[in-house]
Design a protein around this ligand. Structure first.
Ligand code: NAD
Length: 334
């Protein structure tokens, strides 16, 4: 079976990994990537697939109705997967407007095009941050039924887009699905995000800013596991449903930072505690039983902690690119 698939935000971190995953897994699909190449997008992230005959890159904004409609008209998409978004919480605190524009208005432009062109299947890539946070000592995990309590302009923009997406199912019968994933790590992540930031600062012997006491807990997932979840949901997910995505890998920020420093043989004195982020979420934890019941599995093999420092290398010279050596076990960091 061959499908015409629109992937928005494909030049970013998760989008570029997802596109590579899809091209390898579904070589007959036509994959069209629409990305505005904001500060977070990088065409170099698409190097491995840019010359593939089943791949098309279009530079443009998902808020641009004319452009979006012309792409739908030209390619008659079977599926749309929306990853395009402003994604950095700190930036959302300083400049929320662009988050509402890209993350909410942009999503409605895509939903409207899906309606207009024959109820095209739409998948919204969302985040665990829409649920807000949990106390550090809580044993609770958010389920898809949990109340939405977003803390930041970023997470509130994502929660808004989720609600609009669900309303298109209820009101118009548009076949939508939503995934809410935990914190991703892997190649191509922007330098502003925790793991690349710590690595690049440490490699340059620069101070590493750590919010508060570094006690916040995040649930980390390797980006390929997110890709396999998305692939499954667009294939087998039920219209109108939400699926949490987690590999149950909770780590305290300070623990990760110390581990990275150890890996690259740098002193803990580089850690510089700074005033906490306003509204900083304490702990995220997700229950992904629903997705596992749909058939999702992920690699639970033991970690390769001991070989880490030998096998891992980083290339941070090209602006914002972080590579892990292919010879290193994919969950090397944890
Ligand atoms: P990213 O910031 O690395 O990439 C975002 C991409 O979207 C960039 O290529 C950028 O150019 C593009 N973009 C931004 N606004 C656009 C617009 N208006 N029109 C077209 N393109 C635009 O983000 P990421 O970490 O890869 O996240 C991708 C998606 O996954 C986002 O929707 C995010 O909310 C969601 N998500 C991310 C994580 C995570 O840990 N990174 C976790 C859960 C969900």
């Amino acid at each position: 079976m061959s499908r015409n698939v629109l992937v928005t935000g494909g030049a970013g971190f998760i989008g570029s990994n997802f596109l590579e995953y899809m091209i390898n897994k579904h070589p007959n699909d036509l994959l069209v990537c629409l990305d505005d190449l904001t500060y977070a997008g990088n065409l170099n992230n698409l190097d491995p697939i840019i010359n593939n005959s089943n791949f098309v890159f279009v530079k443009g904004n998902i808020c641009n109705k004319e452009l979006v409609n012309s792409l739908f008209n030209k390619y008659r998409f079977d599926i749309v997967i929306n990853l395009a978004a402003e994604t950095h919480v700190d930036r959302s605190i300083n400049n929320p407007d662009i988050f509402y524009e890209s993350n909410i208005i942009g999503t409605t432009v895509l939903l409207n095009a899906c309606l207009k062109f024959g109820k095209v299947k739409f998948h919204q890539v969302s985040t665990d941050e829409v649920y807000g946070d949990l106390p550090l000592d809580s044993k609770y995990r958010f389920t898809e039924e949990s109340i939405l309590r977003p803390s930041s302009p970023y997470s509130s923009s994502k929660a808004s887009a989720d609600l609009i997406t669900l309303s298109y199912f209820r009101t118009y019968g548009l076949p939508v699905t939503i995934s809410r994933c935990s914190n991703n790590f892997g190649p191509n992540q922007h330098l502003e995000k925790l793991i690349p930031l710590v690595i690049s600062k440490a490699l340059n012997d620069e101070k590493i800013p750590v919010y508060g006491k570094g006690l916040n807990i995040r649930d980390w997932i390797y980006v390929d596991d997110h890709s396999s979840a998305l692939d499954l949901i667009i294939d087998k997910g039920q219209a109108g449903q939400i699926y949490n995505v987690s590999t149950h890998n909770e780590k305290m920020n300070l623990e990760i930072i110390k581990q990275i420093l150890k890996m690259i043989d740098k002193p803990e004195s580089l850690i510089n505690f700074v005033s906490d982020r306003p509204g900083h979420d304490r702990r995220y934890a997700l229950d992904s039983t629903k997705l596992e019941k749909l058939g999702w599995t992920y690699n639970k093999e033991p970690l390769c902690q001991n070989t880490l420092s030998l096998d891992t290398f980083f290339e941070v010279g090209r602006g914002h690119r972080l590579l892990l050596s292919p010879s290193c076990t994919r969950r090397a960091l944890f």
